[in-house]
Write a protein that binds this ligand. Structure first.
Ligand SMILES: Nc1nc2c(c(=O)[nH]1)N[C@H]1C(S)=C(S)[C@@H](COP(=O)(O)OP(=O)(O)OC[C@H]3O[C@@H](n4cnc5c(=O)[nH]c(N)nc54)[C@H](O)[C@@H]3O)O[C@H]1N2
Ligand SMILES: Nc1nc2c(c(=O)[nH]1)N[C@H]1C(S)=C(S)[C@@H](COP(=O)(O)OP(=O)(O)OC[C@H]3O[C@@H](n4cnc5c(=O)[nH]c(N)nc54)[C@H](O)[C@@H]3O)O[C@H]1N2
Ligand code: SF4
Ligand SMILES: [Mo]
Length: 668
């Protein structure tokens, strides 16, 4: 008998879709969109549909594994948990709890996935990661400028006259935003895409503005400069609601428009045109995350924010500097869930540099690494160093669904549930503000897989803090929703409706009261000054560019982007695509012409950190000297591209420099 039940997509994505899942004979049979979901309206992508394959795949990990003499052996849960708990106890006594590293990322958007932090806090506090490979620089940048990183609600797009999509690959990564763009375009809004690649969003835009990677902040500076020259700025907003404007003017006086054109490789006429567009309000700006994965990434987002402010597009319907919407995640009771006060000691490594820190840490050295919801061997930059670090520790425990490149290195692999095998609720702080309920739809779990939460509970029991995990799923979920109860948002309602709108601000900063120290929009950031910086905007460039390192640029003339794949969510779908995944090296046509390359030619791409081999695909309208290789590809399919990327941190210390990467290329 088949039944269709409302559920939710757990994948790390802008869209956070509502699902209709068909269950047949106790198994997931089919996944479709929930037509009643207010934002996602019945449409979902292939990655969501393929969660059926993830659940039913014959390659799933089904039993706890232990490595002996280089080979995995199946062991009982009892043995795995007893041995891991014994190691945790011994490490705590001999070296202290921070000799354990918790390496994790965002592979699953369920709120209860955060209970791993509760476990490690109750254990006494381990070495945790800070910063984000994904969006770290931009979040910090917007905290400096506005006090928080907030976006307009999706339907505010109907109020925009002009829409600038700045480095967001919407057609591929944020499909419901893309659908809305198509709709408002038909209604008369004008769309502009600023991106080094002529992606599917650029194809439907009124204009595609191609730019040298990493130079968007300089472009924004140029547009502000033109606005000031032409008298197009919003003087009233600048005077009443901003702080530090003279510093910005001084900065712009130090550079000419010719120099800006030279650096950005964007014609002066286009810069002037953008100045008029920003003045023709309301103009909405939607930034992607690609454009801040550079050394100068924080400053880039800050200069774009500054442009939105100077043009008076902040706090008005149809406007906004839309990057992320972290008020969504801020709606829940995280501290109640994770118990940070239970930590007795702490240490933090940046997520970017976790591998180097593992190799060099002293007092204490890292003795054990726990990987949850992450696949660092493919996803963390500078893979060679990551491999060395994760192979170096005495004990590596990986909680996984599949035998990933990271799991292969483990001493213990613990098999965990996939989508629809446990109850949770799902949200994303990237785009819309609806939270989706995900019931447990499969009760007879394959093999001996267990939920992450079960694993934490069992280990907590053995380590003497089992009482901190004695809660039912309902109790956990209620604990998380506590701050929303007085606003009428309860677990019962969420279960009944499947989707609820969170009570968040829909048009941020409409009251012009900013969450910064001055209460104003800050061109010069006081928060940054409190942290020891100058807080000033700069005209900084990527670390790997001819402007910062001409010798390096001579040796490695091409900019490498490693954007998110179409058919996979990071590394989660490649092994389920069927057939051989062929690593594609997408190159701008000038590179092909210069080196005499044809589609399908095999090439080697390299720099000082490593190399990768793949097959050429020529991109007709990409920015000159630009290459793209999609991220997430497993070693057995020719990856990972992070062999080439650098683990440097961005300017504000909290983001990655994944796209700040020069390479060379040759035909094989
Ligand atoms: N299909 C698919 N969708 C996904 C994901 C996935 O893996 N697959 N992952 C999800 C996650 S975790 C995230 S973080 C989001 C990311 O969503 P996006 O931000 O849309 O995607 P990215 O691939 O990070 O960034 C890609 C865009 O930035 C452009 N770009 C790169 N460098 C620059 C630059 O210097 N200037 C400008 N102007 N543009 C630049 C690229 O050409 C590309 O079009 O996607 C989510 N959605
Ligand atoms: N070169 C390059 N590198 C990148 C990026 C890029 O653009 N370029 N993008 C970066 C970005 S934006 C992000 S967000 C990161 C993503 O990095 P990750 O989150 O590490 O990548 P994923 O492949 O989504 O997931 C990692 C693993 O989590 C497992 N998993 C899924 N669900 C669960 C669960 O419920 N429990 C447990 N225990 N495991 C689970 C999956 O099987 C998968 O193997 O990658 C970053 N790395
Ligand atoms: S991956 Fe994103 S777009 Fe695809 S179904 Fe899940 S939430 Fe929706
Ligand atoms: Mo991400």
């Amino acid at each position: 008998m088949a039944t269709v039940i409302k559920a939710a997509c757990p994948l790390n994505c802008w869209d956070s879709c509502g699902f209709h899942v068909t269950i047949e004979d106790g198994r997931v049979a089919k996944i479709e969109g929930d037509p009643d979901h207010p934002i996602t309206k019945g449409k979902i992508c292939g990655r969501g549909r393929m969660l059926e394959k993830r659940a039913n795949s014959a390659d799933r990990l089904l039993y706890p594994l232990k490595k002996r003499n280089g080979q995995f052996e199946q062991i009982s849960w009892e043995q795995a948990l007893d041995e891991i708990a014994a190691k945790l106890t011994a490490i705590k006594e001999e070296y202290g709890t921070t000799a354990v590293l918790h390496s994790h990322d965002y592979a699953n958007n369920g709120i209860l996935k955060n209970l791993d932090q509760r476990f490690f806090n109750c254990y006494g506090g381990v070495t945790e990661l800070y910063g984000s490979l994904c969006w770290g620089s931009g979040i910090e940048a917007q905290k400096w400028d506005f006090g928080n990183a907030l976006s307009h609600e999706p339907n505010d797009l109907y109020n925009s006259k002009n829409i600038i999509i700045w480095g967001r690959n919407a057609a591929r990564t944020n499909m419901h935003f893309y659908e809305k763009l198509l709709e408002v375009k038909k209604l008369g809004a004008k769309l502009y895409v600023i991106d080094p690649l002529f992606n599917a969003t650029a194809k439907m835009a009124d204009e595609h503005i191609t730019i040298k990677p990493g130079m968007d902040g300089i472009l924004a500076a140029g547009v502000i400069k033109e606005m000031l020259r032409l008298g197009l700025e919003d003087q009233a907003f600048i005077e009443q609601f901003t702080y530090g404007f003279p510093d910005l003017v001084k900065l712009l006086d130090g550079i000419s428009l010719e120099k800006i054109t030279d650096m950005t490789e964007v014609p002066a006429a286009t810069i002037t045109k953008l100045a008029y567009l920003y003045a023709d309000k309301p103009t909405a700006t939607f930034m992607g995350l690609g454009l801040q994965r550079y050394k100068n990434g924080g400053n880039t987002i800050r200069l774009i924010d500054a442009l939105v402010a100077v043009s008076g597009n902040i706090g008005i319907p149809g406007g906004g500097a839309n990057y992320a919407n972290i008020q969504v995640g801020q709606s829940f009771a995280f501290a109640d869930l994770t118990l940070p006060n239970r930590r007795k000691s702490e240490r933090q490594f940046s997520i970017m540099k976790q591998a180097e820190r593992v190799l060099t840490a002293k007092d204490p050295e890292i003795k054990m690494i726990f990987v949850t919801c992450g696949n660092p061997l493919t996803q963390v930059p500078d893979s060679a160093v990551v491999e060395r670090a994760f192979s170096s520790v005495e004990t590596l425990v990986v909680i996984e669904q599949f035998m990933t490149d990271t799991a292969k290195l483990a001493d213990y692999v613990l098999p965990t549930t996939t989508a629809f095998e446990e109850e949770d609720f799902y949200y994303s702080s990237m785009y819309h503000h609806y939270v989706n309920y995900g019931p447990q739809l499969v009760t007879e779990l394959p093999g001996e897989v267990k939920s992450d939460l079960w694993i934490w509970t069992q280990l907590a029991e053995r380590l003497g803090f089992g009482a901190d995990f004695h809660f039912t799923r309902d109790e956990w979920l209620n604990m998380t929703l506590k701050p929303l109860k007085e606003k009428g948002l309860t677990l019962e309602k969420l279960k009944e409706k499947g989707t609820l709108e969170l009570p968040v601000i829909k048009i941020p900063w409409q009251d012009r009261k900013f969450a910064t120290p001055s209460g104003k929009f800050e061109f010069t950031s006081q928060l940054a000054q409190q942290k020891g910086g100058t807080g000033l905007l700069t005209l900084s460039v990527p670390d790997e560019s001819k402007w910062s390192n001409p010798e390096l640029a001579q040796k490695y003339p091409y900019s490498l982007l490693t954007i998110h794949p179409l058919r996979s969510n990071h590394s989660q779908h490649y092994h389920l695509l069927g057939g051989n995944v062929k690593l594609k090296v997408e190159i701008a046509s000038n590179i092909a012409a210069g080196l005499g390359l044809q589609n399908g030619d095999q090439v080697r791409v390299w720099n000082e950190r490593g190399e990768i081999k793949g097959f050429v695909s020529i991109l007709a309208a990409a920015h000159p000297n630009t290459i793209n290789i999609e991220e997430g590809i497993w070693r057995r399919f020719g990856g990972p591209v992070n062999n080439l990327t650098s683990s440097r941190e961005s300017d504000n210390g909290l983001g990655s420099t994944l796209y700040d990467c020069l390479v060379n290329l040759e035909k094989l």
